[in-house]
Design a protein around this ligand. Structure first.
Ligand code: ZN
Length: 256
């Protein structure tokens, strides 16, 4: 981050003291958070959860955003990873989440196609479309905001299913267009500009619609969409302090 932006964020933090919003990563509170994300007309058109530009979402101290606060709260309140021995494969990790998936019960293996970017986690080099792990190896797989970048997403989903233990689950967040039934995927697009217009981001090979869940089912998963508000993870006022987006569910793909 550029020094000028850092300074701007420091000033933002100073002029917005308060208790209205809370960052569970750094435990700081403010009157409001920073805006975050890139404006994308197609994300706006199809109402994309987990992507695009938003006001009041980014902590000015540690830079956590709503997406990563959602996942931390999910693991704290909806799973037993902090209570029971859990072997986690975290693919191209969200560093905020990776840093809090620690403790006596957790074994976290970081896997990525770009190990250079994650050296602090002692990563394993892998391609999610074909992984060098045995079947039934992990209790949990986290693969968030990854498969919209992957050429053969069906293969990636089947691989994640394969390496999960029966009874295990994967967290598979993607930018999800909730007003779009069928995924937009155009492999003939050649330029960054074309992909940005059609898929919302230059390096996305598709924009998922609601048939994302059918794809996961076809790979073998039982899918649960866990929404913090409708499933009352915490009292509503608490959830609002975390500034979680009401339209963003945690997408839990279970291997029964
Ligand atoms: Zn923070």
């Amino acid at each position: 981050m550029k020094p000028i932006k850092k300074l701007r964020n420091k000033i933002f933090a100073i002029i917005n003291p308060g208790k209205k919003v809370y960052c569970l990563y750094c435990k700081k509170t403010y009157r409001k958070f920073l805006h975050e994300g890139v404006k994308s007309p197609i994300f706006k058109k199809y109402k994309v959860a987990g992507g695009g530009y938003k006001l009041n979402v980014q902590c000015p101290n540690c830079y956590s955003v709503d997406r990563s606060r959602l996942l931390y709260l999910f693991f704290q309140t909806r799973t037993e990873v902090y209570k029971k021995p859990t072997k986690i494969l975290h693919i191209s990790p969200n560093k905020e989440i990776a840093n809090v998936l620690t403790g006596p019960t957790i074994t976290q293996i970081v896997g990525t196609i770009e190990p250079e970017q994650y050296m602090e986690y002692n990563p394993v080099r892998l391609d999610v479309q074909q992984m060098d792990f045995k079947d039934n190896e992990f209790d949990v797989v986290i693969c968030c905001h990854v498969i919209e970048h992957v050429d053969d997403d069906d293969k990636a989903m089947r691989e994640i299913y394969r390496v999960l233990k029966p009874g295990g689950f994967a967290v598979l967040q993607v930018p999800l267009a909730i007003n779009l039934n069928k995924t937009i995927e155009d492999k003939t697009l050649k330029t960054d500009k074309e992909r940005k217009i059609a898929h919302g981001q230059v390096d996305h090979v598709r924009l998922y619609g609601l048939d994302y869940f059918d794809k996961l089912k076809a790979a073998g998963f039982r899918v649960v969409r866990d929404n913090p508000y409708t499933n009352k993870w915490l009292p509503e006022a608490e959830l609002q302090r975390h500034r979680l987006d009401p339209i963003e569910d945690v997408i839990v793909a279970n291997k029964d």
